[in-house]
Design a protein around this ligand. Structure first.
Ligand code: NAP
Ligand code: GLV
Length: 315
């Protein structure tokens, strides 16, 4: 069995070593133009040439959860895409989002500013029930995040395409498309802190824009940990500047790295992090991918694997 590795922005050697150890019988190669056709590939942001040449792939393993960039390329017909299914990401995402929610709710930025002035001053405790959190996307990451928030006794609501039942979380469902909202407005109206954990698809692109964000409860707060194109940047800035929204924590951007001149960097109500909320963990990812390749080689149908992307849904 031949396995090809083609991951841009990734140091290949440790991955190749790990994959060789996990799959000693495989012929593993770092992809070069003109390489032999492989049975499986491990990819991140591969060039179109790779996909054009690799016409025999039974499965394409993406070393991230989001497949939006990969699905914009022309894939070999019949090739199934398998994304990372958690692989250590959901706990990181829960840490990041809980940290952002609690930092805002407990006004830790304000305390930090006071420290800089040598000022010892208490703020009046705020009521948790006044800070309902709405999590858009209740998949692998969104479910873990919403459970973690519920553990801190925040009122938590969630939005997903298909109906869900999660302890401590009020779940709404429907296709949040740009055109028809099917109850999405009720979800927004019940939300003060909005967390985006949707995949980026034609339905969800620009989902956080003036008219949707304006439906959040007064003092709304935005946490975007999914993709930059879910958010219309200018609309966020204008709603922050008018005082309608209280702030935002943003981990993902339309252009990454975030350009030096982008107004998000210095905006006093925005916290920026460099797409780091849930990183790909190499060992966990290798173990997951190798396990799936072994299962396929032993005759398991691909549909039985977790994380197989539905090209019609786009995630
Ligand atoms: P997932 O398991 O595929 O979950 C996606 C969720 O979104 C599902 O609940 C799905 O509903 C829902 N959804 C999709 N389209 C929808 C629509 N139009 N209307 C309503 N709900 C919709 O994905 P995941 O593993 O949780 O990851 C989510 C995203 O996080 C990824 O796609 C990626 O962009 C982002 N991410 C970011 C980082 C980072 O470091 N910032 C790291 C990893 C992932 P159903 O359950 O009904 O299908
Ligand atoms: C990171 O953003 C991922 O999709 O895994």
């Amino acid at each position: 069995m031949r396995l090809s590795f083609c991951c841009t922005d990734t140091t290949p050697e440790p991955w190749l070593q790990g994959l060789r150890a996990a799959l000693p019988d495989a012929t593993l190669e770092l992809w070069q133009p003109g390489a032999a056709v492989a049975d499986y590939a491990v990819v991140w942001a591969p060039p179109q040439q790779f996909l054009d040449e690799q016409t025999g792939l039974k499965a394409l393993f993406n070393i991230g959860a989001g497949v939006d960039a990969l699905l914009r390329l022309r894939l070999p017909p019949q090739t199934r895409v398998v994304r990372l299914d958690d692989a250590g990401m959901s706990v990181q995402m829960a840490e990041y989002v809980c940290h952002a929610v609690i930092r805002h709710f407990r006004e830790f930025d304000g305390y930090q500013a006071d420290v800089a002035l040598g000022k010892w001053s208490y703020r009046k405790p705020r009521r948790r029930q006044d800070f309902p959190v709405g999590v858009m996307g209740l998949g692998v990451l969104g479910q873990r995040v919403s459970r973690a928030l519920a553990q801190f006794d925040f009122p938590v609501t969630g939005w997903s395409r298909s109906a869900k039942s999660i302890a401590g979380v009020q779940c709404f469902s429907g296709n949040a498309s740009s055109n028809g909202f099917n109850g999405f407005n009720d979800f927004l109206a019940a939300t003060r802190i909005l967390v985006c954990l949707l995949p980026l698809t034609p339905d969800t692109e620009n989902i956080m824009r003036r008219d949707t964000l304006a439906r959040l409860q007064p003092g709304g707060y935005v946490i975007n940990v999914a993709r930059g194109s879910h958010l219309v940047d200018e609309d966020l800035i204008s709603l922050l500047d008018s005082g309608q929204l209280a702030g935002a924590t943003l981990d993902v951007f339309r252009t990454e790295p975030l350009p030096a001149a982008h107004p998000f960097w210095l905006h006093p109500k925005i916290t920026v992090t460099p797409h780091t909320s849930a990183r790909t963990l190499r060992d966990e990812s290798i173990a997951q991918i190798a396990g799936k390749i072994k299962a396929l080689e032993n005759g398991a149908p691909i549909a039985s694997l977790a994380g197989v992307v539905d090209p019609k849904k786009g995630y």
